[in-house]
Design a protein around this ligand. Structure first.
Ligand SMILES: Cc1ncc(COP(=O)(O)O)c(C=O)c1O
Length: 423
């Protein structure tokens, strides 16, 4: 339903009153400006805010370590030995997976590598990897180094999906065409579910189907998608995915990350994988045998015993997500970002334009605002007025009114500040 948005503060306030998720903002620490007022925090796509409960969740584990020492593995209030399992179902529901398909472990780039060890299996005929041109640098480095690791050269093996001339986002027909043209030689398609720069969300299901039809493995980097858009990885049939938890999932800087491996690979024990003792069958792990027997499902890709404080911080956030509901959050997100887009249009200043798709099914909460002639001064000015957004070279301000802790009034104020600075 199209909402008849209005460009005035009382409309924004009315929307906030009607917002069933409005009280979730109080669950987070919002940084302050020097004048003591809350900043307008539109960088949850970079680092989410701290849930107020994180401290008590971590303190519980500190306390159990203090009083129990090593016995905390079994006797802590939340025994550490199976601690990562307490997060599985919630994480699975955020990405639309079955619990057996999901595990929380390591960091994003590490996990991308671990996934590629198993799912990028190049042969002399089929060795290419498809990514987005201008993919996040870490993905480019990871993919490039995997190609080299297998003895191929990057120039001939990397296919970069480029937007049409004078455009910034990709068309599904163009993605399809590239896959068709290179079909037999593509080993892996690895796309960001939501592009970090443009905010474009891809059609996961279609891309997966096209990739599979041409014999390729299909994986996604969900750094900008997990906790931001509704995901259905199992039904979409993706082979694997990896994401971080410090952006929309609010688990703190460098937080422990997540991985999805489709159920159909849960017993693919013939796939090469890097192994570690935490991926070993639980019943016999402590017999300390020398033969690696992987756990069925995503857990079988774990290497080390996980950092409990990290898991505790993430658990605090996942509990909030479960309460709010990813469906309700994405519904609010569409309204909030739609309102931001509407108000930006009302400014009617040709120096700025939004490069994120206008179709709400093709984006999450982020809008990327292009600033003509790359005037970074504009970014500095809005920052000085209490907006935390981010600047991406050469000419883009990214803003993400994350629905868990942002209001329509925040969006309204942001646009007023931007308007004042443009004037
Ligand atoms: C799309 C994408 N891929 C990879 C990374 C790198 O993540 P990490 O440093 O956790 O490995 C990021 C970080 O922001 C990202 O946005």
């Amino acid at each position: 339903m199209k909402i008849p948005f209005e460009s005035n503060e009382s409309f924004a306030e009315k929307m906030d009153e009607q917002d069933s998720l409005k009280n979730f903002r109080e669950r987070f620490y919002v940084p302050k400006q020097p004048n003591g007022k809350d900043v307008i925090y539109f960088t949850g796509n970079s680092l989410g805010l701290q849930p107020k409960t994180v401290r008590s969740y971590v303190e519980q584990e500190l306390k159990d370590w203090e009083t129990l020492g090593v016995e905390g593995h079994f006797k802590a209030k939340n025994p550490w030995l199976p601690y990562h399992e307490y997060l599985t179902a919630q994480m699975a529901s955020i990405v639309g997976a079955k619990p057996i398909e999901t595990v929380v472990m390591n960091s994003l780039t590490v996990n991308l590598h671990l996934m590629m060890v198993s799912f990028y299996r190049p042969t002399p005929e089929r060795y290419k990897i498809v990514i987005e041109a201008g993919a996040f640098p870490s993905d480019q480095y990871a993919v490039g180094s995997q190609i080299k690791f297998h003895g191929f050269d990057v120039e001939n093996s990397l296919i970069e999906l480029k937007p049409r001339e004078n455009e910034t986002c990709l068309h599904i027909e163009d993605i399809e065409k590239t896959i068709e043209e290179n079909g037999d030689s593509i080993a892996l398609i690895l796309l960001g579910g939501v592009n970090y720069y443009t905010g474009q969300k891809f059609d996961f299901q279609k891309i997966t189907a096209i990739g599979h039809a041409h014999g390729a493995v299909v994986g996604f980097d969900l750094a900008h998608a997990a906790g931001n858009v509704e995901l259905n990885l199992h039904d979409w049939n993706a082979d694997f995915a990896a994401w971080c938890s410090y952006k929309y999932l609010n688990a703190g800087p460098g937080a422990i990350a997540g991985v999805f491996v489709h159920e159909r690979h849960s017993e693919s024990f013939d796939l090469p994988r890097f192994a570690g003792w935490w991926g070993h069958e639980k019943a016999t792990r402590f017999l300390m045998g020398d033969k690696f027997v992987p756990i069925k499902g995503a857990e079988g890709w774990q290497l080390s015993n996980p950092p409990i404080f990290q898991l505790a911080a993430l658990k605090a956030s996942l509990d909030i997500f479960e309460e709010a509901g990813i469906k309700q959050l994405t519904e609010k997100s569409k309204k909030l970002t739609g309102y931001l887009e509407f108000l930006l249009g009302e400014i009617r200043d040709e120096r700025i334009s939004v490069i994120t798709p206008t179709d709400e099914t093709e984006r999450g909460c982020q809008l990327s605002i292009r600033v003509r002639n790359a005037d970074k001064n504009l970014f500095k000015q809005i920052s000085d007025k209490g907006v935390i957004a981010d600047w991406r070279e050469p000419d883009v301000i990214r803003v993400a009114p994350v629905p868990l802790y942002n209001s329509f009034a925040n969006v309204y104020k942001f646009v007023q500040i931007l308007k004042d600075c443009l004037a």
